[in-house]
Write a protein that binds this ligand. Structure first.
Ligand SMILES: [Zn+2]
Length: 243
């Protein structure tokens, strides 16, 4: 079984599903003591997010949460084609939220103002979006971890997240596992004792997961090919140029 394949994803999913209850962010409260949440931050490819969403719906009958960036350099969330795809993901029953990419000045006023701006644009395009955002690269920008708005909640609030070193030694805390740059940042989800840890947020980057499952190098080279096909189609549609 290849790593980062849908087959592995399915195996991880059922390991968690057979031990814990699959909940969405808004279903978790301070009394919840048996759950796992599925989160997907989309960095490069809405097409791959779509494929994973479809796999979850058709093969796992699971509802997860996809977070998309508005200010991304690899995809345009607001193109007609991409809005359509994201709306399809919502129709499948998944949650869709903002993956907050912030590169402005590091003061509270600027950050909150930018978050409010992005929130407004996000909701004006996706009326059924969820009231949650996930900050992009919060380990690099620690101030993003504590960011929160009254009606727009951070996926790193205490209910959903505790730094790994603390959570692994304290089962009362929500354990947070994430794949980062094609490896599991802390431990592999299979290595968690789910009799002990009963509150978990699992973060998978859809850019890393494919039907077959590839190593880092092959995954990125395929991703480039996929992007190239889309660009070629766009070029053709706009100019009739083909080569
Ligand atoms: Zn990110």
């Amino acid at each position: 079984m290849n790593s980062f394949s849908f087959k592995e994803y399915r195996k991880i999913f059922y390991y968690y599903k057979s031990n814990l209850k699959l909940l969405n962010f808004n279903e978790v409260n301070k009394n919840s003591n048996n759950f796992f949440i599925l989160r997907h931050d989309v960095e490069f490819s809405i097409e791959r997010a779509f494929d994973l969403a479809l796999f979850e719906k058709r093969k796992l009958n699971a509802k997860s949460n996809f977070f998309f960036q508005l200010k991304n350099n690899s995809y345009n969330l607001l193109s007609y084609e991409n809005i359509k795809m994201v709306n399809e993901i919502i129709k499948m029953g998944h949650g869709v939220g903002l993956h907050f990419n912030y590169k402005g000045p590091k003061n509270k006023k600027s950050i909150i103002s930018e978050l409010n701006k992005q929130k407004k644009i996000f909701f004006s395009n996706f009326k059924k979006a969820i009231n949650f955002f996930s900050p992009h690269r919060p380990s690099k920008n620690r101030f993003l971890l504590n960011l929160n708005l009254p009606n727009f909640k951070n996926t790193y609030l205490n209910l959903y997240f505790t730094p790994y070193e603390k959570a692994i030694n304290n089962a009362n805390k929500t354990l947070y596992l994430v794949d980062s740059r094609h490896k599991w940042k802390f431990i592999h989800p299979f290595n968690v004792d789910l009799k002990k840890h009963r509150k978990i947020q699992l973060v998978f980057h859809p850019d890393a997961w494919t039907k077959k499952g590839y190593n880092l190098k092959k995954n990125y080279s395929n991703l480039k090919k996929e992007k190239n096909i889309i660009f070629k189609e766009t070029l053709f549609n706009e100019t009739d140029y083909i080569k």
